[in-house]
Design a protein around this ligand. Structure first.
Ligand SMILES: Nc1ncnc2c1ncn2[C@@H]1O[C@H](COP(=O)(O)OP(=O)(O)O)[C@@H](O)[C@H]1O
Ligand SMILES: [Mg+2]
Length: 276
């Protein structure tokens, strides 16, 4: 691998070019989503929230706008989209064996990366209703969204969704829900998600889930999605935890793969500096 790297660098130096992403590809789509008048109106009616890019960067979400740090996430995006498209899937759960592996960070990064493709409509729904942190990670002001109310059928879905730029919807929570386990298996929850799908027609729905091994929330919810991505944290998740998590989830849905997060030691070829 190292020799390939050296050869590539030599070839680039000879050409006098550096492999950098094209500038015009960096921006997020600025045009409204395309679709029927009803669809465009439904998206336009959702309150807009623009996160602070500096806060996102501090929270390790580099993929809001394309840059060198977003490359690994963009590579993951491509693989995930290919697998989902090949199978006709559009609901993806992001879970992990235990807490703090980076599920929320990855769910949002993936959403921003996918949303840079203007034909995509992305919905991120927070399902970790015990320790919600999507709103805090994005810096949403308190009171903006408590999507659990919509899942419980106590409020209209549009009241608890926010829109980021043109093609991302987020259903986040500022506080925990009362009975997460029951809610995640309930008919009202299924109806609310079906409504999100019917009204906003997301090309992909990303569910930021709780950890799998600490409650029955994820396993109870698993047959609501088409597939799942498991996140493991290097140096803190054990192989047997990944194994147990994979076994539990794969009994109920399709496991796309395991993302090894928080790696401190990587080969240069996988590093963020590849394009620099
Ligand atoms: N690749 C990473 N490297 C270092 N820290 C990370 C990484 N991904 C996430 N974190 C940090 O780990 C903590 C937990 O991340 P979070 O996404 O909230 O995890 P989870 O949703 O799985 O509980 C946060 O402080 C986050 O910034
Ligand atoms: Mg989380």
């Amino acid at each position: 691998m190292e020799r390939i790297q050296v050869a590539l660098e030599r070839a680039r130096a000879k050409r006098g070019t550096v492999a950098k992403p094209a500038d015009k590809a960096n921006a997020r789509p600025a045009t409204p989503i395309k679709g029927s008048a009803n669809l465009v109106e439904a998206w336009k009616a959702i309150k807009v929230f623009e996160p602070d890019p500096q806060l996102l960067a501090a929270n390790r979400i580099p993929a809001y706008e394309r840059n060198q740090l977003s490359t690994p996430i963009d590579m993951l995006r491509t693989k995930v989209l290919q697998m989902m498209r090949d199978n006709g899937w559009n609901r993806l759960a992001v879970t992990s064996p235990n807490a703090a592996c980076g599920k929320t960070t990855l769910s949002l990064s993936l959403a921003f990366s996918i949303a840079r493709q203007p034909e995509q409509r992305v919905a991120v729904i927070e399902m970790d209703l015990r320790r919600p942190n999507v709103a805090a990670t994005l810096g949403m002001p308190r009171g903006t969204s408590q999507f659990a109310n919509a899942l419980e059928g106590r409020a209209p879905i549009e009241e608890h969704l926010v829109r980021i730029s043109e093609n991302i919807l987020v259903g986040a929570n500022h506080g925990s829900a009362r009975h997460p386990s029951e809610l995640l298996q309930s008919d009202t929850m299924r109806t609310a998600l079906d409504e999100v799908e019917r009204v906003y027609q997301p090309t992909i729905m990303i569910f930021d889930m709780p950890p799998t091994l600490v409650s029955d929330d994820m396993v109870g919810f698993a047959d609501t999605v088409d597939c799942a991505l498991l996140v493991a944290a290097a140096e803190s998740t054990s192989i047997s935890e990944v194994d147990n998590c994979e076994r539990d989830i794969s009994e109920r849905t399709n496991v796309l793969g395991v993302v090894l997060n928080k790696c401190r030691y990587m080969g240069k070829e996988y590093g963020y500096d590849y394009y620099s």
